[in-house]
Write a protein that binds this ligand. Structure first.
Ligand code: SF4
Ligand code: SF4
Ligand code: FES
Length: 322
């Protein structure tokens, strides 16, 4: 086992563990934000730089500090390493710069964007963003693209994290898209469309950290904080059938995978569960979903209500579930 200290907290981890994974084992504020790393997707990380940290001591054998900030998602822990995240002013300053770059072409779409309320970029901007932009150049613009009948791509909001490319490659076994061009002209290839008839293509929506890929069966139907997320399950021959049903009264507005405190799905779900099963009779409703991450959704108090009851999203009254 290797010993690492992150923000003055010591933890022992196995060889091969990255600084980000070690920080996640500690939990809380020590954990750097991650916009491109996704533990369930092989080879993710190393793209967005939001997880930068300072290594003030390289290892017990070589205690010299690492001169530049490192991406915690792709830097393995060394025995005796000492790392600073929240304690380093340099890291905080660098993260502000990263957010400024991520937002340089990003539209002010939050009031109409389906990701609002569960958007990693909103959280990052709230923590590290500047109030005003320093640029005067026009932002790049792309028309919205319907990728088949179920998914919408709004390239304006894409931060080039590469997660959807990896999800298409690793879940659909039919990779036919990737990134075109480089720099600020980089865009997700619309050949993504050819992966769309696969049973697991809808997971690209769940892994997207922003509102660039959205569910066309849910778009504009409700803000997520008006809905009650409920753990639900069904017998499914393609996936585990364990999902979150986002409900308004007794109506299911959308189905997503179950996400952990880092915003990552616990298990990928199939398109049939996600897009076709919107009737409450299709599901066994287990009870309110505990949203573990900090989110406007978890500020509701529905968890305290009687198990099995459904809360009216506007009036706050409860109806027993039949
Ligand atoms: S992706 Fe996030 S930050 Fe961008 S418009 Fe949508 S909610 Fe706002
Ligand atoms: S569409 Fe979403 S998941 Fe794909 S690269 Fe852009 S931000 Fe990442
Ligand atoms: S999460 Fe580490 S570089 Fe993006």
């Amino acid at each position: 086992m290797l010993k690492v200290i992150i923000d003055n907290i010591e933890i022992q981890v196995e060889e091969g563990t990255t600084i980000l994974q070690a920080a996640r084992m500690i939990g809380g504020k020590v954990v750097p934000p991650a916009m491109c790393y996704y533990s369930k997707l092989k080879d993710s990380g190393g793209k967005c730089r939001s997880c930068l940290v300072k290594v003030v001591k390289g290892s017990a054998k070589d205690p010299r500090p690492v001169p530049k900030l490192v991406a915690s998602c792709s830097t393995p822990v060394q025995d005796g390493m000492v790392v600073e995240n929240t304690l380093s002013a340099e890291v905080q300053e660098a993260r502000k710069g990263v957010v400024e770059m991520l937002l340089i072409n990003h539209p002010l779409d939050c009031p109409v964007c389906d990701q609002a309320g569960e958007c990693d970029l909103q959280d990052l901007s709230f923590g590290f963003g500047m109030e005003e932009t320093e640029t005067i150049e026009p932002r790049r613009e792309y028309p919205g693209i319907d990728i088949g009948p179920l998914i919408k791509l709004n390239m304006n909001r894409c931060i080039h994290c590469y997660r959807c490319v990896l999800a298409a490659e690793q879940l659909t076994k039919k990779r036919a898209h990737g990134m075109l061009y480089r720099g600020d002209t980089m865009e997700i290839s619309t050949f993504i469309q050819t992966a769309i008839d696969n049973d697991f293509s809808g997971n690209m929506i769940d892994v997207c950290p922003v509102g660039a890929l959205t569910d066309r069966t849910f778009r504009f139907r409700s803000r997520v904080w008006f809905l009650n997320p409920m753990d639900a399950r069904r017998e499914c021959g393609k996936c585990s059938g364990k999902v979150v049903a986002w409900m308004f009264g007794k109506e299911i507005y959308r189905i997503t995978g179950r996400k952990d405190q880092f915003g990552e799905v616990e298990e990928f779900i199939c398109n049939e569960c996600r897009f076709e099963k919107k009737d409450i009779n299709d599901w066994v409703i287990e009870g309110p979903r505990k949203i573990k991450r900090q989110s406007v959704i978890s500020s509701n108090h529905y968890e305290q209500m009687k198990k099995g009851s459904i809360i009216h999203p506007i009036e706050g009254t409860t109806e027993p579930q039949e």
